[in-house]
Design a protein around this ligand. Structure first.
Ligand SMILES: C=C(O[C@@H]1C=C(C(=O)O)C=C[C@H]1O)C(=O)O
Length: 363
């Protein structure tokens, strides 16, 4: 097809007509979602409109049906935003995240809930937990593990003294950039600010490119981005959100040592989430301190063919030589097979706490 004006006009006419259809269909969908909300309120005035398991099913279905040319993740992202906007018609969802603004955790919150969610930055992980517990927000988002650097122990520890449940997970590919402000003299960079985790994730690159620059750890990447404003000899390592927020320029992109560098975040709330079809469960178990305790704990999972996705050990805060285990596995507590395993584990353990069953991250 040649790019003649007539062809272009015809194509644009077709796009306008398709846009009319899309507009009509999105509006009809939003009407439908409003009616769902009315049905929910009628059956229970305190009901929560947001349903993580249903949203996961909607997104998975779209990804399965998609035949291109857009790739499935891109298509799901568009539907994510449509759902987010439909939900906000009723009541915009309020989400607390580990701030400040511009952090990867905010990016994760928006990836999970869509841009129509109201996201509120908190200064520390325990503050996110507290806001959710107090009912000041609907959900919280906290980082839990990084593929390069491992577990974020502060998050795990926060679960030990809280009644908060895990309602979802979201995995984010983490890309770090070297950022400068308009005041920076690029060939005179002698100081680099970032979060300690980000320094660790970019260590080899920094050793190769800036071996002599002072590395100054700060409380977040966004804070690093803020610090360099007006410092002529400084640069920061942070992600796209911080770069945009503070209007910084990327002088080197994607400087993380591992191309698959990603962080897993948890969505925390107070809701029991029903089965979505592809779910994960997280539990924390305290074992009596005796030989073979770990084997005894894991044996029922193995016997019932339950797929463990993570096992983390943390020192218990009650006794000097006691340990607690954080275990993630595939399956939902409402499945009889999972309930049976947990019953066995409960008998063997000093303590078992189910932190939640939730849909496996879709996007
Ligand atoms: C429409 C519903 O409520 C909300 C909106 C959804 C949507 O727009 O598809 C999906 C789940 C809920 O978060 C529903 O439960 O089906």
């Amino acid at each position: 097809m040649s790019d003649t004006p007539t062809n272009l006009d015809a194509l644009r006419e077709r796009i306008d007509s398709l846009d009319n259809d899309i507009l009509r269909l999105i509006s009809a969908r939003a009407e439908c979602a409003k009616q769902v909300a009315e049905v929910k309120t009628r059956s229970d005035p305190d009901s929560v409109f947001y349903r993580p398991e249903r949203e996961a099913q909607v997104l998975r279905r779209i990804m399965e049906l998609n035949t291109g040319p857009l790739d499935s993740e891109e298509m799901a992202r568009l539907f994510r935003e449509i759902m987010s906007a439909c939900l906000a018609l009723e009541q915009p969802i309020k989400v607390a995240y580990l701030g400040p603004e511009g952090t990867f955790t905010q990016q994760a919150a928006l990836k999970h809930f869509g841009e129509s969610a109201v996201s509120l930055p908190m200064a520390a992980i325990d503050e996110v937990f507290r806001e959710v517990e107090a009912g000041a927000v609907n959900y919280g988002v906290v980082p839990v593990e990084n593929s390069t650097e491992g577990v974020i122990s502060h998050t795990l520890d926060s679960f030990m003294d809280s009644s908060i449940r895990i309602c979802g997970e979201v995995v984010l590919r983490i890309h770090h950039h070297l950022l400068v402000s308009e005041a920076t003299l690029r060939d005179k960079v002698s100081r680099i600010y970032s979060h300690p985790q980000s320094f660790a994730q970019c260590r080899k690159w920094l050793d190769a490119h800036y071996p002599r620059a002072e590395r100054v750890p700060v409380s977040s990447n966004a804070e690093a981005a803020r610090m360099i404003k007006g410092e002529w000899h400084s640069a920061a390592i942070a992600g796209d959100m911080a770069a945009n927020l503070y209007e910084l320029e990327k002088i080197s992109e994607k400087i993380e040592d591992r191309p698959d560098n990603s962080t897993r975040f948890l969505i925390i709330g107070s809701q029991h989430v029903p089965m979505s079809g592809e779910d994960k469960t997280s539990v924390v178990v305290a074992m009596r301190n005796q030989p073979g305790a770990l084997h005894e704990l894991l044996e029922p999972f193995h016997r019932h063919h339950i797929d463990l996705t993570r096992l983390e050990t943390r020192p218990s805060r009650t006794g000097m030589w006691n340990y607690v285990f954080f275990i993630d596995f595939k399956g939902h507590v409402d499945e009889p097979r999972v309930a049976a395993v947990l019953e066995e584990v409960r008998l063997r353990a000093a303590e078992l706490k189910v932190l939640g069953s939730y849909p496996m991250g879709v996007l």
